[in-house]
Design a protein around this ligand. Structure first.
Ligand code: SF4
Length: 361
């Protein structure tokens, strides 16, 4: 079997030799503080390193310790996370910080770390190996790609049986003396050299161990199921002005659980079949806040992609004509001036509407 041909000792030596000279200088790599490593691992889920760096720096300036994060109100945490996406990460981080602060110390084994909410095997092993030197391997998208190419794996990597096989393989390859560096080196190799498209095999430090390189099958690995077409929805939102004409607009807070949980938004919702987009807005505002509005001009449209679907947001200028807002389908609501919007955390699509309002009013 090709997988058995790989010499784990020389593989690890080649990998670490490369990592020692090529590792990027990232802010979370300058410390073995488990809080900072945990934070970086959560921020790096689904997000590119370059996008994470400024968020990491701002977040750690605002909340330098796990205790500071635990003591902060959720709104402040979400505001620091604003724009990074996948907001359930911020809510879990905040909740888990409170558990750690109450317990008095950071858990330091992978087994203990995995007991924390929102901390799966990957994150627990990353923290335990990098902060505490525990010999446990990691498996994320980058490592899956590297391993499946090293072994020229023909199995579908989305299947649980293949994932188990990959965990075993990652564990077998792990350098026992430097597990944290080995894990970071595998991820870095996937990010910088063994890239999804056009891997840089000619400068790869482990090319001589790589079965896909030998067979010229890099482009076909890892094997994944065909992607279903991403659904698209039209969504209406209202910029509703206070009837007194004092320049305040109505914003609503989304329920704590679910997509963009606890974030603020210009109220509205998804178009249903048979409705015009204006009718959608009138219906949604009745259902969400028990108010009736007159829908005015279209202010802007914003295209935005979430993980499993895309939206086009139609933002309308609106006048309130009947009803006092009630939090029926939302967690809370407020009338705020435009210059107060910066104190609330909004999703990316709504931030574009805010930018437009800032320019026009
Ligand atoms: Fe990836 Fe190419 Fe290196 Fe193999 S040789 S690990 S395919 S970059």
């Amino acid at each position: 079997m090709l997988a058995l041909m790989l010499n784990t000792v020389t593989f690890s030596a080649d990998l670490l030799h490369w990592y020692d000279s090529a590792a990027a200088d990232l802010p979370w790599r300058r410390s073995s503080n488990p809080y900072l490593i945990w934070l970086s691992e959560i921020m790096l889920q689904q997000t590119q390193v370059t996008a994470v760096i400024p968020y990491f720096q701002r977040f750690t300036a605002a909340f330098p310790t796990v205790e500071a994060l635990a003591a902060a109100p959720l709104d402040r945490v979400l505001k620091q996370w604003e724009g990074l996406g996948y907001y359930s990460r911020a809510r879990n981080l905040h909740r888990t910080a409170q558990v750690i602060a109450a317990r008095g110390s950071f858990p330091w084994t992978a087994a203990e770390l995995q007991q924390l909410s929102g901390v799966g095997r990957y994150t627990a092993n990353a923290i335990a190996s990098i902060a505490f030197g525990e010999a446990v391997a990691v498996l994320d998208g980058n490592v899956i790609r590297v391993l499946s190419r090293l072994d020229d794996l023909v199995d579908d990597v989305s299947k649980p049986a293949t994932q188990n096989k990959l965990w075993e393989r990652a564990t077998a390859l792990l350098n026992q003396e430097r597990p944290g560096d080995h894990n970071q080196a595998m991820m870095e190799l996937g990010r910088m050299i063994c890239r999804p498209r056009a891997p840089l095999c000619l400068i790869c430090p482990v090319a001589k161990h790589c079965a896909s390189f030998a067979h010229n099958t890099q482009g076909q690995r890892p094997v994944k199921p065909k992607k279903a077409r991403t659904p698209h929805y039209d969504v209406a939102a209202g910029v509703i002005w206070h009837p007194s004409g004092d320049g305040r607009v109505l914003i609503a807070q989304r329920p704590a659980e679910g997509l963009l949980g606890s974030l603020w938004e210009f109220p509205g919702g998804k178009q249903e079949s048979g409705e015009t987009i204006e009718q959608t807005l009138i219906r949604e505002l009745q259902e969400e806040l028990a108010i009736t509005v007159e829908v005015g001009n279209l202010l802007t449209t914003v295209d935005h992609a979430f993980t499993h679907f895309k939206i086009t947001l139609f933002a309308f200028d609106c006048q309130l004509i009947k009803g006092d807002p009630q939090p029926i389908g939302c967690a809370d609501w407020r009338w705020v001036r435009l210059n107060e919007l910066e104190h609330f955390a909004f999703g990316k699509a709504d931030q574009q509407v805010i930018a437009l309002l800032g320019r026009n009013f």
